[in-house]
Write a protein that binds this ligand. Structure first.
Ligand SMILES: [Zn+2]
Length: 480
């Protein structure tokens, strides 16, 4: 038995949860479930990032106190975990405004200070509120942040800085191992960032400008830069630094660690966070997987364009497992993907209503009509080894393709052999053969359910139950 740790990034609590974050959650959930079913002990973390200018400003715009504002949105994010939403098997939901997290962030600060990696400097820079970060001239396009389409503010203040540059060599060493970043091209991207030269980055704000943050230990005039604070969540959630439950030792120090993040996070997760860990003398993350973005009809989803597809909208229209299905099979796990309601409807109808749902209904219809007893499972119908192989490589879409290929074969078997005709034959040998085919199909359903267990947990359980009690289940994927 191994101890395995997995965490998503934490979304800002300034908006309702985004479909891209739902993708990240579901990908992480599949891995957590697969490892658990293989006998590993798993700690699956997610949560919300609750400090920083962006959250503070959004609360002000909404006319609310920051605490009331973040409580509302944190609840909206947390609800995604529920069985009726994305049905996630998370072990922890960390909120960066909690006192346990605050203490961990301060301890991280002290450790980095003890290594002489934090210093105070007067600074003037181009600050993008959308990024919560200072940008350099070369990041700008036509004087604007290309990601947020706003001109950065010129900020002049005294900030604490982290000695990022000092860790160039150590980070390049860390990045040598091929598995530290998946996919490979993102690892190259990270290596290139470092090779271009790292600049020390600001890790605090003057409190008079922004009070909504973790106080800097030993300096009342400053609060921590939101990234420095938030990144520490990956270990504060495990009880670091006190580690009274022993989870930090078990899952981080002695376990295998994986973080899941969006493709714009390479600099933060694989460089800044790793440099902080190096400074604090804590083991680096074993692996970070980066997923792509989801656009709608070729455009970035935004309120102003009115093309936002929220995870709650998906669950409402298709149900929990069908939403998980769409995110895992029809969204490329590593590249950008595009969705529209039309295409989502097509996938649902073709592959769930007419595909899996229809196969279950037909097979269980034949089984209950023509077989006296439940079908006994045998060793010969095995689950698909490709599913585990693809999943371990984060190719969730190919794992699902493999399951649907099997569904296609079973449909073909029914169409060619027509067991529903054979069972009515006067010829005993034809009838016996038809009954054998029906039994084989029931075992196929059971094997498909085994393969679907981590991807579509309720569907899997419902199929297994139907086979076990020998009863045709309710329509799992009703027509739209
Ligand atoms: Zn920006």
């Amino acid at each position: 038995m191994r101890a395995r740790y997995i965490s998503t990034t934490l979304p800002y609590v300034n908006a309702n949860p985004h479909i891209g974050f739902a993708l990240e959650l579901v990908q992480a959930d599949v891995l957590a479930r697969i490892w658990r079913s293989a006998g590993d002990e798993v700690f699956f973390n997610t949560g919300t990032d609750e400090h920083g200018q962006k959250v503070y400003d959004a609360a002000k715009v909404a006319g609310q106190e920051p605490q009331a504002y973040i409580d509302h949105y944190a609840a909206e994010v947390q609800k995604l975990n529920e069985k009726e939403a994305l049905n996630l098997s998370t072990d922890a939901f960390v909120r960066t405004s909690s006192s346990a997290h605050l203490q961990a962030a301060q301890e991280m600060w002290r450790r980095c200070t003890a290594e002489d990696d934090i210093y105070l400097k007067e600074y003037e820079g181009l600050y993008c509120v959308g990024h919560e970060a200072f940008l350099t001239e070369k990041d700008l396009v036509d004087g604007k942040c290309p990601d947020h389409n706003v001109e950065p503010q010129v900020l002049r203040e005294k900030n604490y800085f982290f000695k990022f540059k000092k860790y160039e060599k150590s980070l390049l060493d860390y990045l040598q191992k091929s598995r530290v970043i998946v996919p490979e091209w993102r690892r190259q991207e990270a290596i290139n960032f470092v090779k271009e030269g790292l600049e020390d980055f600001s890790i605090s704000r003057e409190k008079k400008r922004l009070s909504w943050g973790v106080p800097v230990p030993g300096d009342d005039s400053q609060v921590m830069y939101v990234w420095f604070d938030a990144l520490t969540n990956y270990i504060s959630t495990l009880g670091w630094p006190d580690d009274e439950q022993g989870n930090f030792k078990k899952f981080w120090e002695e376990g295998i660690t994986l973080q899941v993040a969006g493709k714009d996070q390479v600099r933060f997760q694989s460089l800044m966070w790793q440099a902080m860990l190096l400074s604090a003398g804590i083991k680096n993350t074993d692996s970070v997987f980066y997923h792509g973005f989801i656009t709608s009809d070729g455009k970035k989803m935004s309120k102003s364009l009115g093309n936002v597809i929220s995870p709650y909208d998906l669950v409402k229209r298709y149900g929990t497992d069908a939403t998980r299905y769409m995110l895992l099979r029809h969204i490329n796990p590593m590249e950008d993907s595009d969705v529209t309601w039309e295409r989502l409807d097509e996938w649902y109808t073709a592959n769930l209503t007419n595909g899996l749902g229809n196969l279950i209904a037909r097979v269980m219809q034949m089984a209950t009509a023509h077989l006296q007893d439940p079908v006994k499972m045998t060793q010969e119908t095995k689950s698909d080894v490709d599913v585990a192989r693809y999943t371990e490589r984060f190719e969730f879409n190919h794992a699902m393709d493999s399951i649907w290929e099997r569904i296609g074969h079973d449909d073909a078997l029914i169409a060619i052999k027509k067991p529903f005709v054979g069972v009515k034959s006067d010829d005993t040998s034809i009838r016996d053969e038809a009954l054998l085919i029906i039994k084989k199909l029931v075992r196929e359903l059971d094997a498909i359910a085994t393969d679907l267990e981590s991807f579509m947990p309720s569907t899997s359980a419902q199929i297994k139950e139907a086979v076990l009690i020998h009863k045709k289940p309710d329509n799992l994927f009703p027509r739209l």
